[in-house]
Design a protein. Structure first.
Length: 415
């Protein structure tokens, strides 16, 4: 049977009180550091309301479909299992349309907002926007216009948003936090210290940021707004991954376990590099990672430039038929090379696009060090492995320019 409210894990008591005390608010804002249980607790609460308050329609959204599928769609289904709800008995699951329907008539839809026009005629009681900083103000204008469905009894329709405050100048911080209307909205802050179930290794990594970079420590550990400065890459934009021949592709792979394993696919068209994120997932064993890669039906003869610090995992990939090659991990030269290219990142590569604006050089006191902060850099590492190592494996195509590699054609495009 489903859990009763007093059986819900203690981790959410702080948040549960927040939701109870602000049931009359139109906006609920949950922000803070990494591992602060914002998203998980919000999804727990949505599941509780979904089964206990009748005649509600929910929309759960992120900017893109792949990011939505990899996060809240998966998280909600896990919470349904954790709370002992059973598919077929307690709810109906439509995997194709990504909808969940309860016997009380409630519907929970998982809808990306890659095109806000798609939702202009929709009508909901509750919208949950995870990682609202991925969205534009125009996106949220359309989202808020969908929160117009007649509500049940005293239930207040609402917008719920969660985010990490990466940039103090971001519109979300300025419009929804600094100018928050306390009559209509409520806010709660959390950090990893509010989450006793977080793995100690990740907790230690967050606290170690104090010795690496003050700004990263403030954002990801303390959950306070930072100022994006000393960013490494400004030479990127978004563009769909172009049509290609399978044999023209190459890949970068950064291994992880507690941290995500990140696989990116690269292709060069007219001497310009395109990058597309394929895998970004934590707690994958090597056999699980290989299963994920097999499911993508990749051409295994293409080069896969892998983290050279993991020779055993590279060998396993080779035994699975992949052309796995140790990447050149020269960080300085690799970054210098990537900085000289104009990167085109596929819009669905949401983790890559989240990492790149915050990927920064370390700062020690007033000194800017010639090395990046080692945190939330997995897609950045895999992208560097691919582009830099691939350039060195094509002798004659590239020349050395001021400490980095670049093609004469690319230099002309950038001049």
């Amino acid at each position: 049977m489903p859990l009763s409210e007093n059986e819900i894990p203690a981790i959410i008591e702080k948040f549960w009180l927040f939701f109870d005390e602000n049931a009359d608010k139109e906006e609920l804002i949950l922000y803070g550091g990494s591992g602060g249980a914002k998203s998980h607790t919000t999804c727990q609460r949505l599941v509780r309301d979904f089964f206990t308050i009748p005649d509600l329609h929910f929309m759960i959204t992120r900017k893109t479909g792949p990011s939505l599928k990899a996060t809240t769609w998966r998280m909600i289904r896990q919470i349904l299992s954790d709370f002992h709800y059973q598919e077929g008995r307690d709810y109906h699951l439509n995997r194709t349309d990504k909808e969940i329907e309860a016997p009380n008539g409630n519907i929970m839809r998982f809808t990306p907002i890659d095109d806000p026009q798609k939702i202009k005629s929709a009508s909901y009681n509750v919208v949950y926007v995870e990682e609202i900083t991925e969205f534009t103000e125009e996106d949220i204008f359309f989202v808020k216009n969908t929160i117009r469905r007649p509500n049940h009894g005293d239930y207040r329709n609402k917008l719920i948003m969660t985010f990490n405050p990466i940039d103090i100048n971001h519109w979300v911080w300025q419009k929804h936090v600094i100018k928050m209307n306390p009559v209509k909205a409520a806010i709660i802050h959390s950090t990893h210290r509010d989450n006793p179930f977080l793995p100690q290794a990740y907790r230690d990594q967050l606290e170690a940021l104090a010795e690496q970079d003050e700004n990263f420590y403030r954002i990801y550990t303390l959950g306070e707004p930072g100022v994006l400065e000393h960013t490494i890459y400004r030479n990127y934009t978004t563009a769909p991954f172009p049509a290609h021949k399978a044999e023209d592709l190459f890949y970068g792979l950064d291994f992880g376990y507690n941290n995500p394993s990140a696989l990116v696919e690269c292709y060069e068209k007219d001497d310009l590099p395109y990058v597309r994120e394929l895998i970004y997932e934590s707690r994958l064993t090597n056999s699980q990672l290989i299963d994920r890669m097999n499911a993508l039906n990749l051409d295994r003869d293409c080069p896969f430039y892998c983290d050279s610090a993991e020779p055993a995992r590279i060998e396993e990939l080779r035994q699975a038929g992949y052309n796995a090659i140790p990447a050149d991990k020269n960080v300085k030269d690799g970054i210098d090379y990537v900085k000289r290219r104009r990167l085109y990142i596929d819009p669905a590569s949401i983790n890559t696009l989240n990492e790149i604006p915050a990927y920064s050089y370390r700062k020690k006191g007033e000194q800017i060090l010639d090395e990046p902060v080692k945190f939330r850099d997995h897609a950045m590492d895999s992208t560097r492995y691919a582009l830099y190592t691939h350039s060195k494996n094509r002798p004659g195509d590239y020349i050395l320019l001021s400490g980095g590699f670049n093609s004469p054609q690319q230099e002309e495009k950038l001049s």
